[in-house]
Design a protein around this ligand. Sequence first.
Ligand code: SF4
Length: 260
Amino acid sequence: MKKTKIEWCDSTWNPVTGCLHGCEYCYARRIANRFSYEGQTLDAPQELQRVWLRDGKNDARHASTHVLRYPVDLISGRTCPYPFGFAPTFHRYRLDGIQRWQKPQTIFVCSMADLFGEWVPDEWIEEVFAACEKAPQHRYLFLTKNPFRYEQLHQKGILRKSENMWYGYSATKDSYDLWFDRQYNCFVSIEPLLGEVEITDTHWVIVGAETGNRKDKVVPQKEWIESICRTADEMNVPVFMKNSLIPVVGEENMRREFPW
Ligand code: SF4
């Protein structure tokens, strides 16, 4: 678990890393590939599991899993945080890390992955949930671009209903017809805001602009943000604006609201 600069949580925890959605603006992919040890010698005392893609196809039907070991570079002796770059990887050895933190934290789970991508086996998700339940002092925020997986997991009885678990989905533009079940804590993270977004039922809204120096970076229009805030107010749900919006709305109009 790591302290983070992400403004709406205290820490990040990444028992699973890697994602196949392929978003152009993905900062996680850049980091993972930069610190990848692909092709180097790995050794290890513990277990690490990876989805191995055959034929380069980003499809769970073409995947099988490999059980490997805790990734240590035999030459440098250093651990490898992303031994397979941005390929989906289960770092099982990280699961109990949150139990050692006694001080309650708001944790963004899998900031370097989409834990609910269709390629992630149910078993990985169940193990992550079980680890969260062993450390109930923390609040857990999950985030996905594939919220329909929440519905599937709900139907299978796998999704956990708990006060300290929050299920978020990512939106960037357009309207979304998404799963929402009031018995679970749900939120939407509109980041980076790339166009007008029509939000639907939710318990919390996070909004932020694209950061970094990408060539085609989108600077959001003030009207897009005002429209989101209006809808949130009509639904009586809190809004958290990230600092990246200060140049657009002005510090005096920033809202940094939490639902807890
Ligand atoms: S969903 Fe998130 S982690 Fe996955 S590619 Fe897009 S930005 Fe990156």
